[in-house]
Write a protein that binds this ligand. Sequence first.
Ligand code: TMP
Ligand code: ZN
Length: 412
Amino acid sequence: MTPVSTGSRCRVCGNSRLKLGLDLGFLPLANSFLSAERARDPTPEQRYPLRVYYCQDCSLIQLIDIVNKEEMFGDYAFLTSASKTALTHFDEYADEMSRRLSLNSTDLVVDIGSNDGTLLKSFQRRGAQIMGIEPARNLAARCSAEGIPTLNEYFGPETVSKIGKHKARLITANNVVSHVNDLNGFMDSVSEALSRDGLFAFEVPWVVDVIRHNNFDIIYHEHLSYFGFKPISELFKKHNLDLIDLQHFSNIHGGTLRGIVANSDSPLKSETVKRTFDRENREANFESLEGFARRVLEIKHKLSQLLLELKRKGKTIIGYGAPAKATILLNYCSIDRSILDFVTDTTPLKQGRFIPGVRVPIVAPEEILRKNPDFALLLAWNYKAEILQKEQKYLESGGKFIVPFPEPQIIS
Ligand code: TMP
Ligand code: ZN
């Protein structure tokens, strides 16, 4: 199978009036952290085109270069439970949905892309039956061992038959819909697996936040679509599903939309939707994508200059957090080991590995206090509040953070 294929039609509306808005060049896969052995091998890792297109019909902002899924999701190092912010967010999510649907012990909750089972555990604590669907082998095995029934596969028509005759009262998919290439097939299966009175809830980064905050590092090969309200509602309409609620969380992944979808015909006409819609018309059109592309270049230059200037002055710099985003930011801005001594991350699965492309080693966070670097580049910028609070000691001892977005800035 070829590792990358390039489509020519919009994955929501099927039209082919796609216009290139941003080209990040060829970059490695964001989550393919290297083993120490691979990092010693001078053969460069595979790089794939990262180009962002705008659909002139439904306005979906999207990638059309599709990397083979097995290259990306076979083994996965991202854990939802790695941040307090995410744990709280998902527990509140389970609480709200349990109350909204009055879930009880006969109700089934299916989580697509269940990762380490964080959300399902919250539903289990509240008494519902649960089932995870997770394509990453390492994560599915871990959940099954912890008593969270998990099917190790991509969600699709075969999964629906395995869920059983008991249809789901609730299906959730968080940071999953953006990863799906065959969106229409996916929605058919969701609709098939959902009970008449059930709900489908999903979270995606909101394209307006990505553009407004200049968060270009959220663009990687796994994230095929950058959604706004308009293409989302167009998608659901095609599957006899209705978006009945829309919420915005500004502190999750730099800005996330949660949509709640029902089988019934209950068109949503709330103020939130109207505001969302108006803002998108102004802030997520082709011109805004072009403006974004110009600012991305400016950030690249500003950040590289700032870091080079600090190195010239003899300062030590490390990276804080090794999210997938770090691979994109560091490679796109050519920030390698000549600038960063190491990157810290709390996830044991990532420690001892290396950031793809730039090959900066990932170590445990304890190294910060041991090495006391002058500057820490905040790569996990979406947890800024949580991290600044946690790293008071480092800040008090004179350490400084460099926050890349919306513009490179030093915080002391
Ligand atoms: P995410 O942005 O994709 O959620 O990934 C965040 C990464 O940052 C994840 O690998 C865990 C790491 N992290 C830290 O190393 N320290 C922290 O305090 C937090 C909140 C996250
Ligand atoms: Zn379209």
